[in-house]
Design a protein around this ligand. Structure first.
Ligand code: DWN
Length: 420
């Protein structure tokens, strides 16, 4: 089974797709093998980003089928990231009775892509009288959530599954989908399913990685095969409207190198009620700002910046190694697969360290880099780390202040390689 080269936009169907970024070939990013270097050429897939000239949605140019993408044990568990735990706790509070009052007593909340139930747990804490149901296709994370007593359905979300779920629990007052809309193969079916799940006056809350932040931060490593779509507010608004949803508010959050949290309601209800007047203005302001950004050529220059970063990062890492340094990767995030394969710095890394138990003992995809447990509390530390989990840099550099004070170095790959 191979990949499908996209002939039309996954949202509006236009065939006017422009190449933005070509990163050659790369393995599946979130599948951490138990053996080193297990990549045959057949297991490498083209990695390109294209943008639809009609609706401006950026998307992966060659779609690896779900059956291949999710065949292994999905390696991502939200609750293993301290930074994400903090983020989701604040997120739940924001939706709860003391802030937006979106999740109220006896409400039905459905989270699509609930992973290991991290947000669900915190929503239960802020509103114990709400009914919260999760959906996720990954058996491992879903089993963790179920083990915590959470109501999680192990299933691939679709319009058909939405209809089945409505029959079981009814339509939701709040539907949540964080870091999911980027991953789906059929965007129309996915968004139509979310719309169907919503009660007439319900609210959809979605977090997605924000393309302008990716561009400003040169985050080319966010391009990997499970990320099928890359959203601006302009393209997301058009995609939602096409499926009967209108944006009523937007917040900018730090996760994943910069994301947006959008709030949307069904067009066939009173979405413009005064309750959302401030939110509607925030949406209008953000759309205007985006219209100015897209004229700056920041999108068309991404390929040049990715090329330049690759050569500069190799130079930074090579010079450290030539000075006798032992270098390790700090974090084994999915994006590190793209970073290592595009920049070709894997041969300079002695090992990787990660706090995710499911990743420890395995290898970075397509490399012989062994993943060890987080050595924060142990000796045997390297002379330098390549900070592959750069999106958590403030948290990690603060956590590692003693390592740095004792001469430890960090190489930050993005937005431009620099050794601290
Ligand atoms: O959309 C997705 C996002 C939400 O999460 C999925 N495509 C898969 C995944 O992407 P990722 O693997 O790049 O996510 P993270 O959360 O940026 O990965 C950070 C990695 O770094 C994790 O494996 C945990 C690790 N880590 C660590 O070892 N020490 C993280 C921190 C903060 C640390 O101190």
């Amino acid at each position: 089974m191979t990949w499908l080269t996209r002939a039309e936009c996954g949202s509006c169907g236009s065939s006017d797709l422009e190449l933005i970024l070509d990163l050659g070939t790369s393995p599946i990013a979130n599948e951490f093998p138990t053996e080193p270097n297990n990549i045959s050429p057949a297991a490498l897939y083209p990695l390109r980003m294209v943008q639809c000239a009609a609706c401006k949605l950026a998307q992966i140019g060659d779609v690896v089928p779900d059956e291949l993408l999710w065949r292994g044990e999905y390696g991502y568990y939200s609750s293993t990231s301290v930074a994400l735990v903090k983020h989701m706790k604040a997120y739940a509070t924001d939706l709860g009775p003391t802030r937006r009052q979106l999740v109220s007593k006896h409400d039905l909340v459905i989270e699509v892509g609930c992973n290991d139930g991290l947000l669900m747990r915190h929503l239960h804490q802020v509103e114990p009288d709400a009914r919260i149901v999760g959906v996720d296709p990954a058996k491992g994370p879903a089993a963790v959530a179920t083990g915590l007593g959470l109501d999680v359905r192990v299933a691939e979300f679709s319009r058909d599954f939405a209809d089945q779920l409505i029959g079981e629990v009814g339509r939701a007052d709040v539907v949540i989908a964080n870091n999911v809309a980027a991953h789906v193969s059929d965007l129309d079916d996915f968004l139509s399913g979310l719309t169907a799940l919503l009660s007439p006056r319900g609210t959809l809350v979605m977090e997605v990685q924000y393309l302008p932040d990716l561009l400003v931060g040169n985050g080319f490593d966010m391009l990997y095969h499970e990320h099928r779509f890359f959203y601006s507010l302009t393209s997301l608004s058009a995609a939602l409207l096409r499926r009967g949803l209108v944006l009523v508010d937007v917040e900018f959050v730090e996760t994943q190198g910069g994301s947006i949290r959008v709030f949307a309601r069904r067009v066939d209800t009173d979405a413009s009620s005064t309750a959302w007047s401030h939110g509607l203005k925030r949406v209008a302001d953000a759309l205007w700002s985006e219209s100015r950004l897209s004229d700056g050529g920041i999108l068309t220059g991404l390929q040049f910046r990715a090329d330049r970063i690759a050569s500069r990062l190799r130079a930074e890492v090579r010079s450290l190694m030539q000075a006798g340094a032992v270098i390790a990767a700090y974090g084994a995030p999915a994006k590190a697969t793209t970073l290592l394969h595009w920049t070709k710095v894997a041969p300079y890394l002695s090992w990787a360290e990660d706090t995710t138990p499911a990743k420890v003992g395995r290898f970075m995809p397509g490399t012989s880099i062994h993943i060890r447990e987080d050595s924060f509390l142990r000796d045997g530390r390297p002379d330098a780390y390549l900070l592959t989990a750069w999106n958590y840099a403030p948290y990690i550099l603060a956590k590692e202040r003693n390592y740095i004070a004792n001469g430890g170095r960090f190489v930050l790959p993005l937005p431009s390689p620099i050794t601290l």
